[in-house]
Design a protein around this ligand. Structure first.
Ligand code: ADP
Ligand code: MG
Length: 699
């Protein structure tokens, strides 16, 4: 946006508070109107000094009798206030000359704060105070206290909000039929929350159960449900190829199942049936496959891809990193090439002729399956007949990439010679996979237009990983333990943290650890893997490690997702306190993939923040990905949990999914009706509440 200009065209200077407001996203009148108080101060009533009791918060008014600086037990300002019913001591441990002036003897002041019993009688330490005239009227409304930042004084913000409230467009958009009983209009609700009359029950404001709060939460939840209902109905108009199961024992699907080195677990078999059901319909599938790390999602993806190939279509599998993509590629080649399937590999790092050759294979259909990073959705990639797109670790893709994928899939053009789509806009089936399960309440709101399949058991023969917390001071013990593990023929990961905003430091750290371990473990091959290495070099290191020649691998978080080396039985995570919970759980999932008992050591450096403590505690207490996800949600809240922060805005500002289940239910019920009966009101409501965020919801 261009900076505001004055009439003469010169840029208008922007004050510090204005800049601070912008930073908080308070730009339009409506933004200010929806910036609601954290709490309130009750300045609407006066108490006599004589009636103030210890422990209560109250407001009184009187005349200063005496005001002086005392030096013992430490320097402080002490004023004595009288109102004819008693004396109140005002004590300031930090003060400026301006305090002395304002509280000089003879001044009339109004003070507010918590009363305590002091050495000299009742007193308030650091009261709020202001000079008043005799008989000065009291405010009629509670005084709002807004969330703010250091550069934005409360008083400035109050004024700005009070003025914006006069102009903000808060007119009613919703018909009465959809509103829950007994709620005020939006306008009334917003005004009340900013300026509650003195009689408003404080508890209902505080716990947000007041009808005014309910109204705002409902507005927000309804907007979300509407946006999702819209995308469901948009999808319902699309056509996808029917990938009906081929009954022949010679189908690729049947042959893959027969040649796999293991039998599917019952959970894998169940999710395969759910996916098959979707693929056999002419509606684009929109399904999330969730399953804990190591639960075996890759083979489910391969079987779905085989369905597409059997029906004469192509399948694409996209992974968030090159390492993971390559691993998928190798696995699919191993499983499917012997069965005569052409598989292409597309990544950002392949340039020139190889890439051109791969693109040609994709475009001609010679490659029935295409594996790669987000290079798969680049503009120059044209599929002959894409029938199924699979996105692994979908939450790891940024919002922009997810939108790009949807744009690519939803190009609306049916491939040439296809009769499957009967003229309707065409879209391939979409399968998303994630090891970070979405708790149910979140799934209901954020992913309402998504079907979910869950693998809820691990393949047989795994032993649970034991997780131990070690202070950094015990590093030597941990290194000795690595030696023992290597002597037993096992392999070890050592993960170094990403130093935020400093890839350079990050690298230094990993390099130093690599040198340290090499010196401590003579005769052992210790490798190093980090994000700055070239693709080929990374692949070479990974292949030494997965081949077993390399016993110890020091890595930055590049190994985070999906790497599969069953012989690795020990993982050390350095500075574990710097990792997020989901990330720690993912990393830990790299061990415990074979039959050997495995250990994950979390090395931490004290002091730990409260959230770091709860993360590490959760890791030590449970191996269950769903439980981890639930705790992660508790610790971080839904906005951050979903990575919405990336998009600059948490999606739900007022509603709380745990507490507001009834409102959510109501919103879910009325959304389809509103869309059908009053589509314009529905669209206006979504625009008011979600604006640019509506697109994000679809991603
Ligand atoms: P994730 O769900 O984390 O992506 P993977 O697909 O990488 O898990 O599978 C983890 C490991 O388990 C792989 O080595 C895979 O071959 C193996 N695996 C998958 N399914 C089974 C099964 N039913 N029985 C035995 N091993 C399996
Ligand atoms: Mg995986």
């Amino acid at each position: 946006m261009a900076p505001p200009t004055a009439h003469d065209g010169a840029p208008k200077p922007v004050s510090a508070p204005q800049r601070a407001m912008r930073k908080l996203g308070l730009v339009r009148d409506i933004d200010l109107a929806l910036h609601l108080p954290l709490r309130y101060e009750d300045e609407t009533a006066l108490r006599t000094i004589g009636s103030l009791r210890e422990g209560e918060t109250g407001q009184a008014e009187g005349v200063v009798q005496e005001c002086r600086v005392e030096l013992r037990p430490r320097r402080q300002l002490v004023a004595r206030l009288h109102d004819g019913t008693g004396e109140l001591v005002l004590r300031f441990l930090h003060f400026y000359p301006s305090h002395q002036k304002a509280l000089a003897a003879g001044r009339r002041v109004r003070v507010r704060g918590e009363v305590r019993g002091g050495f000299l009688g009742r007193e308030i330490v650091h009261p709020a105070f202001k000079a008043v005239e005799p008989g000065e009227p009291l405010p009629a409304a509670l005084t709002p206290v807004y969330p703010t930042s250091a550069q934005l004084p409360q008083a400035y913000l109050r004024k700005a909000i009070a003025s914006a409230l006069q102009r903000a467009p808060l007119h009613e958009l919703l018909p009465a039929e959809v509103l829950p009983q007994g709620l005020p209009s939006l306008q009334q609700a917003v005004w009340l929350l900013h300026q509650p009359p003195a009689s408003t029950p404080a508890a209902a404001l505080e716990d947000r159960s007041h009808p005014a709060w309910q109204r705002l939460k409902f507005e927000e939840l309804l907007a979300q449900q509407l946006a999702q209902a819209q995308s469901v109905s948009e999808r319902a108009r699309l056509r996808a190829p029917v990938l009906a199961p081929a009954q022949s024992p010679h189908s690729l699907h049947a042959r893959l199942l027969a040649t796999l080195p293991f039998a599917l677990t019952p959970a894998q078999a169940r999710v395969c049936r759910e996916i098959d059901g979707d693929l056999a319909r002419a509606l684009p599938m929109h399904r999330l496959l969730q399953g804990d790390v190591g639960s075996g999602k890759t083979v489910v993806a391969a079987l779905a891809a085989a369905r597409a190939v059997d029906a004469g279509w192509q399948a694409a599998l996209m992974a968030p990193t090159e390492i993971l993509g390559e691993q998928h590629f190798r696995k699919l080649v191993q499983w499917l090439e012997p069965l005569g399937v052409g598989i292409a590999w597309l990544s950002g790092s392949r340039k020139g002729r190889t890439r051109a050759a791969q693109l040609e294979q994709v475009a001609s259909g010679a490659a029935a399956i295409v594996v790669g990073t987000h290079a798969v959705i680049q503009a120059d990639v044209a599929f002959a007949r894409l029938g199924l797109a699979i996105v692994d670790e979908q939450h790891r893709f940024g919002v922009a990439q997810r939108l790009q994928l949807r744009a690519k899939l939803g190009s609306g053009e049916a491939p040439g010679g296809s009769d499957a789509t009967e003229g309707a806009p065409y879209e391939p089936h979409l399968l998303m996979m994630s090891a970070t399960p979405i708790p149910r309440t979140l799934a209901m709101t954020y992913y309402a237009d998504l079907d979910v399949s869950t693998i809820d058991e691990l393949p047989p023969g795994r032993s649970p990983v034991l997780t131990r917390l070690f202070a950094d001071s015990r590093r030597a013990e941990v290194v000795a333990r690595i030696g023992e593990e290597v002597a037993r023929g096992r392999q070890v990961y050592w993960v170094c943290p990403l130093v935020e905003e400093s890839e350079h430091l990050d690298l230094q750290n990993a390099t130093a650890t690599h040198a340290e371990l090499s010196a401590a473990l003579p005769g052992t091959m210790v490798g190093l893997l980090h994000g700055r290495m070239a693709g080929a070099e990374k692949a070479a290191v990974m292949s030494l490690f997965s081949g077993g020649q390399m016993a110890v691998l020091v890595a930055t978080t590049v190994i985070e997702v999906g790497v599969d080396v069953p012989n690795a039985s020990l993982m050390v995570i350095e500075h574990a306190e710097r990792f997020g919970l989901a990330q720690l759980h993912q990393l830990r999932g790299r061990v415990g993939r074979g039959s050997a008992a495995s250990v994950c050591v979390l090395l931490y450096t004290a002091p730990l923040s409260d959230t770091a403590k709860s993360r590490l505690k959760a890791m030590a207490e449970t191996n269950d990905g769903f439980e981890i996800a639930r705790r992660d949600l508790d610790i971080r809240g839904p906005g951050e949990f979903l990575g919405a922060r990336q998009s600059g805005d948490a999606l739900l500002r007022f509603a709380d999914l745990q507490a507001d289940g009834a409102l959510l239910q109501h919103a879910r019920q009325v959304a389809p009706w509103l869309l059908a009966q009053e589509p314009q009101a529905a669209a206006a409501h979504v625009a008011r509440w979600l604006a640019s965020r509506a697109e994000f919801l679809k991603a």
